[in-house]
Design a binder for this molecule. Sequence first.
Ligand code: DNO
Length: 356
Amino acid sequence: MEMTMRWYGSNHDTVTLKQLKQIRYVTGVITTLYDKKPGEVWNRDEIHALKKEVEEAGLHLAGIESVNIHDDIKTGKGNRDEYIANYIETLKNLGEEDIHLVCYNFMPVFDWTRTELARVREDGSTVLAYTQKAVDELIPEKMFESISSDMNGTVMPGWEPERMAHVKELFDMYKDIDDEKLFENLKYFLEKIMPVCNEYDIKMAIHPDDPAWSVFGLPRIIINKENILRMMKMVDDPHNGVTFCAGSYGTNLNNDLPDMIRSLKGRIHFAHVRNLKFHSPDNFEEAAHLSEDGNFDMYEIVKALYDIGFEGPIRPDHGRMIWDEVAMPGYGLYDRALGAAYICGLWEAIEKSDKR
Ligand code: DNO
């Protein structure tokens, strides 16, 4: 595995590449052209400049999170073929810049959803949290309003104000889309892009839906073992792979995370590792990475990745906000750095006991 950190680019992130480089455990960066709208082509020179910036800081550009998918592709409407052609062009340009991993999601309207961005824990740290009750009491149009004041002046992925301004229209687009239709549209998209992924060896890594169930009545399909294996078989090409996000699949306590990892051998191209603390099955908060602080056995998760011979980039996922840091919720420097150190420690111990 390669330990990485997500970085939103110098115009958007509160964390610098220099700081990331000083986390001794981290060698790679997962980044994006954050200002690109879904459907836009990423030009080669823009990609080149981004890569150069990362490399000049002494880090490796390990992959892109995310190249977002236009809603016309997800709904199979309007200009989907044009947007797919643009996506192919972007993949080609990434491949030519020697970038071989692309994380994306196929969630309708919202990316990941949390109902609180700064729940205060006993020790005064703050964390992202979710309660189904809060979602049930809110109309979707109000979702952005209700959390935007806690974003610490940052723009959170999937929660861009200009996107949220059209949330009602977005919902209308999905009126007649159910799970089956969404699967069909995903298949159509993947079949079109696989040739370019094969040509440039680009590993596509779908991110699960978070939380792993339907919110606001929208269809959500990347939620459990059955569905993810269905997707792998539906387009049975190793370039059609997954981002194994422990914190997202783990929102559903019925998902057996180590078992899911083992069943996806060869298809996990990227891993997000974090822990959740549940107060009830639909009321949880994001914990420290340490097993003891949440409900997941992090040793078993990392061990499963080790056992399947996982070689891709891994990153600590959302961190708590600690030591008075002000940053994008979930994406501060300090607690993610602690997470990286912890995961590296687990990995080293597992590897050494295996080789002994
Ligand atoms: C949240 C992230 C997601 C993820 C996208 C992938 O912190 O894990 O926003 O990047 O769903 O496209």
